[in-house]
Design a protein around this ligand. Structure first.
Ligand code: ZN
Length: 85
């Protein structure tokens, strides 16, 4: 293995670099970076919204808005009728 701090060749399993004294047990943390990079595309895919899904979502939002406005309008009508009665 190679020290990530000073690039010195070290025996495999070394916990500290004999050259710069770097903690190799901590230095091993960044090693899974390739794994994280493979996760990124899946995240992108998970958050990626196709035009159809976007359309469906907009349609649902539109329905909710229309229904909400309708409910409010009906309530306002009922209230105004009660107030006038
Ligand atoms: Zn080193």
């Amino acid at each position: 293995m190679v020290c990530p701090y000073c690039q010195t060749e070290l025996p495999d399993g070394a916990r500290y670099c004999g050259e710069c004294g770097g903690d190799l047990t901590l230095a091993q943390v960044p090693v899974p970076a390739p794994t994280q990079q493979t996760i990124v595309p899946s995240r992108v895919n998970a958050t990626h919204i196709t035009p159809k899904e976007e359309h469906d979502r907009n349609t649902k939002i539109g329905v909710v808005v229309v229904v909400s406005i309708g409910v409010v309008a009906i309530l306002c009508g009922i209230i105004s009728v009660l107030l006038l009665a």
